[in-house]
Design a protein around this ligand. Structure first.
Ligand code: PNS
Length: 165
């Protein structure tokens, strides 16, 4: 079975992430959304449990999609991929500026685990501007989150943003 792994820090998951995950679900037998740690991103807004809870609600209803984490979020993606028969990491590219980082990640993952393939899906046009950091900023100003993240997780983000203000 070929498994798409959609890894990310998901702080929080956005409609741009959901778009990539759902398109991967049309292509692959199964999709695993894996909440992981990005060493370059300090001070996350949400805990691992909160990220998992939001991601699970965001993909509810997609039968071949599930949400997971690895080593309480601190493990290597290349190691996590070893539990799948044919792992394919699927990442979204919003703009050329995403490419350098994702290309480097693809190379290190391949180096650490040669069985891992990486595929890129280009972001849908309406989400090319969208990122978790933009969502966090919008939320901290108390502005409207509809259309940026799944409706089901808007209250979580608004509540957390109030604590951060
Ligand atoms: O949503 P992000 O922050 O762009 O996702 C990046 C992520 C979490 C997928 C990446 O940082 C990652 O793979 N983290 C796990 C640790 C790892 O395998 N690092 C690369 C090799 S050192």
């Amino acid at each position: 079975m070929t498994t798409a792994i959609c890894p990310g820090s998901f702080d929080p998951i956005t409609l741009g992430h959901v778009d990539i995950i759902c398109r991967a679900a049309e292509i692959f037998d199964e999709v695993v959304v894996c909440v992981m740690h990005n060493a370059a991103k300090k001070s996350p807004m949400f805990t691992l449990e909160e990220k998992l809870s939001m991601a699970r609600r965001a993909v509810e209803g997609y039968k071949n999609v599930r949400v997971d984490s690895y080593d309480t979020c601190d493990g290597l993606l290349a190691e996590y991929a070893k539990r799948f028969e044919h792992p394919v990491v699927v990442k979204g590219l919003r703009a050329a500026s995403d490419f350098d980082y994702e290309f480097q990640m693809n190379m290190i993952n391949k180096c650490l685990n040669p069985a891992v393939e990486t595929m890129f899906l280009t972001a849908s046009e309406r989400y090319t501007f969208l990122s978790s950091s933009i969502v966090r900023e919008v939320a901290q100003y108390g502005a409207e989150l509809k259309g940026l993240v799944p409706d089901a997780i808007i209250p979580d983000i608004e509540e957390k943003a109030k604590q951060w203000r």
